[in-house]
Structures are given as C-alpha cells and as structure tokens.
Design a binder for this molecule. Structure first.
Ligand code: SF4
Length: 420
C-alpha cells in the first residue's frame, strides 16, 4: 500500500493577483451592463473572443460562470430547473446548471463580488461549435430570452490534419460576423485593432504555455488543480495587457519554484496526467486524495486547451481560424493520441487518469478504446474515473477513492518513480 497522509498542495503567491484580476474583470462587466459604457458580448470559451474585444465589446464567458456554479457546489441543485423546461439531464451540465441558475435567479458572482447581483445582460452572443453543439443551443436559449442577436461559427469536428480548406472556410465565417457586430456597436471594424488584440492574445497564449510547461520540472511546481483556476485570465482575459501582466508574475514564481526544486506536492513520487474535464465540485478533495498518495497531477489536456500557438497578428483571420481548429477537442482520435503521447513524454508521466464525464462526451476520450490503445503503445498505465464536470449525482466518491488508491498502488509496483 503506498504511503498515505494528508498532504496539501502549496499555495502560490500569484493567487492573490489572480483574484484581483477576476474581480476587476467581473466589476467591469457589471458596470458596462448597467451603464451601457461598452456593449456586452457573450462568447464561448474557445470562440472568437479576439474579434469581439477588437470591436470594443466587454466579453463574458458563460462556461466560466457555470464552472463557478460547479466549484461552489451549487450546480447539481440547479440542473433540474433546466430539465423541467426540456433540457435533458444527459446533455452538457454546464448548460443545464447555468440555465437552471438563471431560471432560479441565482449566481455565484453575487457571493464572490459585493454589489453584483446578476450576470451581465448580453447585447449579442457569439458561439463556435468547435467544442460541441451544446454551446449553440445554450446561447440560442439566452438569445431568445433576452431578445438579442446570436452569431456563430459552425466548425468542423473530428479533424485529422488541419488543411487550408478548413482554415479558409472558418476564416470566412469569422469575417461574416463583422457586419452584424458593427450594427450592434455602431462603429466600423478596424483591422489594426484586431491585429493588436491578436498579438496580445498570442503573447497570453505563449505565457500560459510557459506556465504549464514548468510542470515538466521534477518535482513539478504546479498541479492541474492549481491550473484549473490559474487559467481564468487566459480564458476570460486573453487579448488584454492585464492578463499578460498576471502571467508574467505567475511564471516568475513558478520558475523560481522549479529552480529551487520546490514541488507543489510534498515528496512527489508519482507524476500523473489528467485527461478530460475537471470535476469542479471535487477539486480540493481530489487534490488532497492524490497529494496524500504523493501523486502530483501535474498536466492536463484541459488546461492546455487555451494555448493558441497559431495566432499571428499579420494574418489575423486565417491564423485565428487555424488556432481554433487545431484545438485538441476538434481533432480525430488519431491526432489526439499523437498529442497525448507527446505530453506523456514531455511531462515524464507515470500514469494517466481519464475522466469519463457523463454529460460531456466531447471532452471524454475513454469511450472508444483510447486508454487501452495508448497504454499498450506507451506502457503508461491508465485509469478511468466515472463522474461529471458539474453534476455530482454522476460520481461515487467512494469508488473514485478506491480506484485511485489501487491505481497508485499499481504504479508503485510497476515503475521506478521519477522522483523519490
Ligand atoms: S465541451 Fe462539454 S462541457 Fe464544454 S460546453 Fe460542450 S458539452 Fe459542455
């Protein structure tokens, strides 16, 4: 039996900077929605935020709001409200929790930020189906509710190699969003402003990649559980100077930790890769579970999803189209497997945990034999955890704990750990 004691991941000083960033972000949104100082656009998390920002919108991301519902453990109780108006318990629990909370007049923003009582009312909603169709249905529901326009990009899915024809078709759809957005803002689109925003987004992406790559150090200065909150500015603030300033501070702290061999998990023995969505309502419990077994869950596909290395300010539309199509979630199983193999190697991983999220088949890669294929090709042991991102009725804590403990025991027996 591997050694077990309550070990907690060490806190990062930059967390305070991140909290301030998120507070400033939500207060600006709230102010703009109340005063009309700037128009409010809602956007999907891997959608065309750069276009919206360059056109002067403040940008709100419903997925981040729903993740807050999950991490505050409010989500499960909200889901039945959406089920009651016809949205199945089997579909995305970000959608059902978020719409359910709206129907009940509840938001976790009210608890986190004094003076904010509601989510910011949109002037327009912009989606990209590169991640799933659920976002389109989600945004269209709010479009009807608020009687505001919904614009969208219908993306490819299951893409092997990203080709020129994929890029040109998505870029064209992005360009076609401009006239309806101009009508809403009453201002002309400015290509130089878009180039400036894409340059900032690219810098944000590069900084975020460097942050995540520090986890390759042994021991890792960063865990996936830290990453799920530290990624906030990359999701909601890419394309702004403030997000980049935050990541410079965070990167400096992590590089110092890596130089000092100061691991996020005390006495790191096992290095774990997380594949799939976080279980938002169990972040702390899972951090303690793995940390207590001296297992550092140090890298993930999920946090890497906000790396957009193709962004090029000299060619904004085509490069955005490429970046938003090269994403892991958009790709074929073959392309995903190649990617995961590179990650296992780069982060010197001992074991991989797949989260089979009941309501998100799009971000669950354990259903068609991938864990078995990758394990036989790489020799890296795999574990599948059944659960969900937001609906806590879909998981059994007891079963998860037992399975994780058995998995770490298997790693202890099968492999010389990278660090002891
Ligand atoms: S990718 Fe999954 S979690 Fe995200 S919006 Fe789509 S169905 Fe929901």
């Amino acid at each position: 039996m591997p050694e077990e004691k309550k070990a907690v991941r060490k806190k990062l000083k930059a967390n305070e900077d991140m909290k301030k960033f998120m507070a400033d972000y939500y207060y600006e949104l709230d102010r703009c929605a109340k005063t009309g100082e700037k128009k409010v656009a809602w956007c999907t998390s891997v959608g065309p935020a750069e276009i919206l920002r360059a056109m002067g919108f403040v940008v709100y991301f419903p997925e981040t709001h729903s993740a807050m519902l999950g991490s505050t453990r409010m989500a499960t109780d909200m889901i039945p409200n959406a089920n009651a108006i016809g949205y199945s318990p089997e579909i995305c629990s970000y959608l059902t929790a978020d719409i359910g909370a709206f129907l009940q007049g509840i938001t976790p923003l009210a608890k986190a930020y004094e003076g904010i009582t509601t989510i910011p009312k949109p002037d327009v909603l912009a989606f990209n189906t590169n991640q799933c169709r659920d976002v389109q249905d989600w945004f269209q529901w709010y479009g009807r509710k608020f009687n505001v326009p919904v614009v969208g990009i219908r993306s490819y899915r299951g893409v092997g190699k990203v080709t020129e024809s994929h890029v040109l078709s998505i870029a064209k759809q992005m360009e076609e969003m401009i006239p309806p957005l101009e009508e809403i803002t009453g201002k002309r689109f400015d290509i130089d402003e878009l180039k400036r925003v894409v340059a900032l987004s690219r810098e944000c992406s590069d900084l975020w990649k460097k942050v995540l790559d520090t986890a390759a150090a042994i021991p890792s200065p960063l865990t996936f559980f830290d990453g799920t909150t530290l990624m906030g500015p990359a999701v909601v603030g890419r394309g702004t100077e403030q997000a980049n300033d935050f990541y410079k501070i965070l990167l400096a702290e992590l590089e110092e930790r890596a130089r000092d061999h100061d691991g996020a998990v005390e006495g790191e023995r096992y290095r774990i890769y997380w594949e799939g969505m976080p279980i938002w309502g169990r972040l702390r419990a899972h951090s303690e579970l793995f940390g207590g077994l001296k297992a550092s869950v140090l890298a993930s596909t999920y946090c890497n999803s906000w790396i957009f290395s193709a962004f090029d300010p000299a060619d904004p539309f085509n490069s955005m189209a490429r970046a938003y199509t090269e994403l892991f979630i958009v790709r074929s199983d073959g392309a995903k497997e190649q990617y995961i193999k590179r990650m296992l190697d780069f982060f010197k991983v001992d074991g991989i945990v797949y989260h089979n999220a009941r309501t998100c088949p799009n971000n669950s890669n354990s259903r068609y034999g991938m864990p078995q294929r990758l394990e036989s090709e790489t020799g890296v042991p795999a574990l599948v955890i059944d659960g969900d991102l937001n609906d806590l009725r879909c998981l059994s804590d007891e079963q998860t704990n037992t399975n994780v403990e058995a998995f770490i025991e298997r790693l202890a027996g099968s492999k010389q750990p990278a660090f002891a």
